[in-house]
Design a protein around this ligand. Sequence first.
Ligand code: SF4
Ligand code: SF4
Length: 475
Amino acid sequence: MSDQKEQVVLFEERIPIYPRSVKGRFRKMKWAILILAYTVYFVLPWVRWNREVGSGQAVMFDIHDRIFYLFDLIINPQDIFLLAVVLMIAAFLMFFVTAIAGRVFCGYFCFQTLWTDVYIRIERLVQGERPARIRLAKSPWNIKKINKIILTHFLWLLVSFLTGLTFTLYWADAYELINQFFRGQAPFPAYATTLFLTIATYVMAGLAREQVCTYMCPYARFQSIMFDKDSLIVAYDEKRGEGEAGRAKLAKKLKTRQDREEKNIGDCIDCGFCVQVCPTGIDIRDGLQMSCVSCALCIDACDAVMDKLKWPRGLIRYASENELEEKKTNLFKLRNIAYAIVLLLAISGLVWSVMTKSLLSMSVMQVRNPLYVVLSDGHLQNSYDIKLNNKSQFPMTIDLQIQGLDNARLDLGKIKKLKIDALSSLNLYVRIKSVARKDVSGQIPFKFVVKTVAGNQIVEESKDALFTMHDVVSQ
Ligand code: SF4
Ligand code: SF4
């Protein structure tokens, strides 16, 4: 037995990756999604929106006044359950999409992928294609190298800063904030958020890159429980690529498919192009790996090689494990159908909630100390704190009534007319006076009902409450 203790390696130094550029249908699709995502993200804070009151910004999350503006939709704190529904939709959409098509979210839509793509593009523009970048990294430090490295990091930091600054513009009026920001008059959180996101973007997309996907992202960890043999993944067709005698380069007498078939050699010419374009630096021919973000760039690379050789495409392709084993792929399985049903229900619920969202909310709380008062004329009086929230863009004149209490009267004190400004709330203290009934003791349920008009929409809201009836007769 050896005395030597086994060494546990807790940290592995990052091996730099220099992805090669590639052209193809998936690369085009990824650029299109990237341009769309960047346009939406960077342009949206500057888009104005016509509203009667409140912010003139199309999308703004006004933390100070606790109102979120999403075009014509205005979300108040009382509507926060909508956020829970949105999160639920996002979760089930991810389960559903992952079960069907693997990590497509990672490969096409994830912020990490989108920002890393741009950073690699900048690196390529400044330092050149993969071989030039490798040469530069290995070369001794000189003025040319220093200039290139500084320019790359400067551009990365610039994109990081714009990303961080744009994020803060969603939380206040963009035009006002930008003005204050560069004059040193913006609130401290604006500077802190911009600084934090600048650093985070620079580190994540510029320095850590694929390590975020491999080591930090929790999605990569639990994806395996969402996958099965029917899920579409970016896969290397091992049977076709390796044949029985394995892969081989395009050597003499191995240049045609016929030659290779005769020698039981597969279609993979071991050119390594699929590995060179991979942003996470893995070899898809080793099988499904946690580091694979399903970006499909290796498909484009291999398709380009196959096209050049005039061999059929698809040696690397989107395929299920069952398909690769020449079995049937079944996407209409109970789990996928269940995900789809829950997803549809959640989306319908969200649409219904938004369409029927009340423009007025009311909360009622009975004053408990004292629960009732016996007045000198023998009537009983209960008091209530009522809060009314006008969630619309129009001022409201409120008609407040009670229903279900016979011989009772609502007393608003000195208030003659109930008025609430747009996007405002009103706190009321009201009393109800009732004849003391001999036949009833305990609490009688009734309703507060409010009616009003917001713009051209009639709004009605009601809230259940209790009237405490003291048994005067029994005393
Ligand atoms: S690009 Fe295609 S042919 Fe070239 S090594 Fe990769 S799988 Fe083989
Ligand atoms: S193996 Fe292919 S699909 Fe996976 S990350 Fe690399 S290039 Fe993208």
